[in-house]
Design a protein around this ligand. Sequence first.
Ligand code: PLP
Length: 398
Amino acid sequence: MTSASFLNAIRPEALGARQSGIVELFNYGRGRQGLIPLWVGEGDLPTPGFIAEEARRAFDAGETFYTAQRGLPAFREAIAAYMARCYGAPGRSFTPDQFFVTTGGMHALQIAIRMLAGPGDEVITPTPSWPNFEAALTISGASTVCVALELAGAADQMRWRLDPERVERAITPRTRALVINSPGNPTGWTASLPELEGLLALARKHGLWIIADEIYGRIYFEGDRAPSFHDIMTPEDRILFVQTMSKNWAMTGWRVGWLEAPAELGPVIENLIQYSTSGVATPTQRAAAIALEQGEDFLASQLTRLRASRDVLCAALSASGRARFAAPAGSFYVFCAFDGVADSRATAMRIVNEANVGLAPGSAFGPDGEGFMRICFARDPASMSEAAARLAKWLASA
Ligand code: PLP
């Protein structure tokens, strides 16, 4: 048997997900001496010692057995307390039975999609978007309907915006849900409260679910946290929240996050966890709980660094006179169009070769991303400054 006959013999959903355009570039530039990597969505800091130490302590204490499917009660209590601290308000409370521990934000998204969308269903999402939304929907047999965000406004004051009328026009009898990622990867689009209200009104009117990916909600430069559906929802609203420990606490490799959902869905979600990963390792959950309880200083120091790196990058791009972008209010990405660039994949490869900087091509984020490049600025400001200088020099000569 040839390998082609193996491929012909598997489900089309499994074959439908495209190879990541970010991974392709990463493999292309891997191992280049002195390259500054700004292509992947993670920072350059390792997990802080106090978090790693807690996992070590749990291993030493013999916490190596099967774990609770929903997550350890102590971690789910820590999540509820954290959410109350960051998102609570008079009349709005959080209880552990709303939270389900998952293998990172990606697994939370998988479970949300498993519950909401299958063959024949449509799910709407603003694009350019994190490619995993479309890939996860494809794997579950559902279709992604893209609504393009627009980059608008005078130079230096550009903003990504979402036209709610375009979202409403995209709704059909097959639509099951909206995936709203704010602050967004790759654009940094951050919905205002009125924008979130508009989207929630649409969901209510058409009986849709919202999958709210608010993982960058605390990586926000215009206040303590970004506006959230928590600020406007009632307990009757059909919203599932995707969350992760990955970005705020430099824990991308740990693979731990959570899904927030109405408690009534608990038994269903518990099954979906059992029949996919069967839970997250106990030492990982212990470490994550400590991060939520004691990690505010670390997050604050990350934000100081991120703000400085964002400013260095945006200043260099503006000064080049050849870049069109919105300085992001949230997330750690700038999504930027360079004058004269149409093929973002080829350009990203040229930038690797000619500037020794690794960027993610906009085409990796769907057709609406073509012509743009995603620049992750989660690096120390000195290295960001060097990367920005290399890019500015490249832009001046390209
Ligand atoms: N959601 C968005 C928008 C992301 O950018 C990412 C990671 O890049 C995730 C979710 C998932 O993060 P993880 O699976 O690392 O927890």
